[in-house]
Design a protein around this ligand. Sequence first.
Ligand code: G6P
Length: 611
Amino acid sequence: MCGIVGYTGGKEAYPVILKGLKRLEYRGYDSSGVALINSGLKVYKKKGKVAELEESVIGKDLHAHVGIGHTRWATHGEPSDRNAHPHVSNSGELAMIHNGIIENYVPIKNDLLKKGYTFSSDTDTEVLLNFIEDIKKNNNCTLEEALRIALKRIVGAYCILLVAADDPETIIAARKGSPLVIGIGKGEHFLASDASPIIEYTKEVVYVNDYEIAIVRPNELILKNLGNEKQTPFITKLDMELAAIEKGGYDHFMIKEIHEQSDTIHDCLRGRLLVEQSQIVMSGIEDHLEALTHAQRMVIVACGTSWHAGLIAEYMIEELCRIPVEVEYASEFRYRNPIIHKGDVIIAISQSGETADTLVALEKAKEQGAFIFGVVNAVGSSIARISHAGAYTHAGPEIGVASTKAFTGQLAVLAMMALKIGYSKGTISHERYLKLINELDAIPEKVTEILQDTSNIQAIATKYKDAHDFLFLGRGYNFPVALEGALKLKEISYIHAEGYPAAEMKHGPIALVDENLPVVFVATKDSYYEKIVSNVQEIKARKGKVIAIATTSDTVISSMADDTMFVPDTDEVIAPLLSVIPLQLLSYYVGIAKGIDVDKPRNLAKSVTVE
Ligand code: G6P
């Protein structure tokens, strides 16, 4: 987490950095700060969102052509002015920003304390910075050399940007485990955690690799490994437009992204789902068809909303491909010495492609010989790069902290994957294959239908906004949708919510049901329909308030429910692509009704690059 921005070149650095920090605020917004070099070092930092920093520096000297900026998601030390980055070294000569965690900072700090160093923050970053300064002093070496020595001795993850008061041109950067992109302009360079602060100035970027150090000046970009050997920067062209990272007339990114879903799902299917030819074209699968169709087992590794997409994929793949699937929280999988067999396929699902737990889990599985298939949204991200093969979700940049369009993009990719593998294996009939291809093709239009009029959902949100708890229930393909509905509501309304398989509700959660508990049933017409109707009755019999997601024109459910949100009919395998949308809208409108900053809910961050 944390967003970092750097600039060196002919422009004024501060406005470039400030705008970049605002674009990266989804990564963390506990505090922010900038360091500018112009006849000495000037550091300004402030607890709170970037707007508060902006306010606090009005009237200050901000003139500089080189600078670094940071927006923080706290790990070591509470959010406060003094724990905000950049940190300044004891000599006052160096300033540094950091995204990541230095795990062995305590013994290093103790050594430095013995040598008389003092610390004005509780952060691991300030320790690393003074460690670098101490090495530089003791070895009488360059800053770059001192950094290299320090990095070999620390354990953890980092992306750091470092500037020195006596060098008004240079930014030194390094990464391991936390992302860094460098934009190449004419006589200028931009550094950032992702491409969004850069896109407005240049489309030529270099994704820095782990264990690389970059020495960046207006007209020079030198990349080296930790062995001091020069590396050739690999220049990539961004295919993203500025409009994709702006709100485009909506009040929040979240609602913009919910409304984009018809287009983003369409973009995801385009060129892959060829209805007329009855074909699915996915080079990531075709090039590795043998490994995928002969997989003895698939293990899906993900976190958060992406994990919910993984649960739906488990149902899809087991039904259509007859391959056993396990779905793992990346953070659990990586630490428990998992058993990986030759022939296992690991599917990584990640919007950002940078989630630390997912990334490390994959590295471990890869070391043990697993085949890694990435389902990733952020092009060029770390997970995309370490995968053997993959398929991008093509949902475009997702900025709202609560994931929406990335989730439906993941489901679209996973559905195509399951169909393609299943059809190649012969585990689905031609008829069912054709039906599903056609149903999938119709999804974008059905999404538009749901989004045409959201006033009913808004009214339901207003009605239930003061509830203390919510229960979300579903069966089959809609069970993970219930989990996702509960997660969305928690994230952006701060209302406690639980998701459960509707039948399992009898084994505990039913004790919570009374006239004050809203129970959301994801109850579209599918093979579990009759069963879920009985579950609705069980809740009604206990006076619970039932909010149903039902298939358009289903009068059975709507006559039992207190409130109903309708979605068009489709095949149950891909029903979650539709049934999740009213839940995204419900949580958005509850969050808005409660006055919450839905794009930046408290304590969360969009890209979790710490373990
Ligand atoms: C964070 C985000 C979630 C996301 C999860 C996994 O917690 O707030 O929205 O689902 O990370 O992120 P990924 O980028 O790997 O999908």
